[in-house]
Design a protein. Structure first.
Length: 233
């Protein structure tokens, strides 16, 4: 009996958006979809190319990373996703890709400056990049520690996961989240676009100032002023 068929299909559809949006190659990256009531999430299996993937390949795991449905092994990154689902109440989907411009900023170990209104429409602060991971964390439960690296970065900067639905893990790449898997995919595409725009901006003018606060606020509040993100606020 397939109890989580719907969740697995949602996860499958969201995963298939990644190659369509030009965000992944081969089997890179993963999307998960969370059923908060059941405390389980569906995620892409390890090492299966998007082109060959069927919804039946999608695996369901609980927040202790135990498989509860599906015949394949989950992507090892499932351990990162479970940390984020436990730490960010209300999110329903997570995306990880190695999209080119987002990875470039992560490798440069830089926050993505807020240079324009496209960025301000989505978030009112630079896109954060975590610290590079410490040796103890790398040698430990690496995927779980990557999850904590993300959580710690937002906490250290007093940023809220509801207002900042995207982050770069230094030396690695982007993670995004949203109310549903499809929103997290949308944020992954927006993030890649913002990273590309910022990189080109710096090529054209390496002394570009951050966008002035009045424009940031005008654009951010126009989009988010009355929006109740994740059913809260
Ligand atoms: Zn990765």
């Amino acid at each position: 009996m397939e109890k989580y068929k719907e969740l697995r299909r949602e996860c499958y559809e969201a995963n298939q958006l990644l190659p369509k949006l030009g965000l992944v190659l081969f089997s890179f990256g993963n999307v998960s979809a969370f059923d908060r009531e059941a405390g389980v999430f569906a995620i892409k299996p390890v090492g299966v190319d998007y082109a060959a993937m069927q919804w039946e390949d999608i695996v369901v795991v609980d927040l202790d990373n135990q498989v509860v449905e599906g015949r394949l092994d989950p992507a090892p990154d499932a351990r990162i996703h479970s940390v984020l689902y436990k730490s960010f109440p209300g999110i329903g989907g997570i995306v990880h890709t190695h999209s080119t411009y987002a990875v470039a900023w992560a490798q440069a170990q830089r926050d993505v400056p807020l240079y324009g209104t496209t960025h301000a429409n989505h978030l009112a602060v630079p896109i954060p990049c975590t610290e590079i991971m410490a040796d103890e964390r790398i040698a430990g439960d690496y995927e779980t520690e990557t999850g904590y690296q993300i959580v710690d970065c937002l906490m250290a900067r007093d940023l809220n996961y509801q207002n900042v639905p995207m982050i770069l893990v230094a030396g690695h790449g982007p993670f995004t989240w949203g109310d549903y898997a499809a929103n997290a995919v949308y944020n992954a595409k927006v993030l890649e676009k913002l990273c590309r725009m910022a990189a080109i901006t710096e090529q054209l003018n390496s002394a570009t100032p951050p966008l002035k606060a009045a424009l940031v606020n005008r654009h951010y509040n126009r989009r988010h002023g009355r929006r109740t993100s994740f059913g809260q606020n």
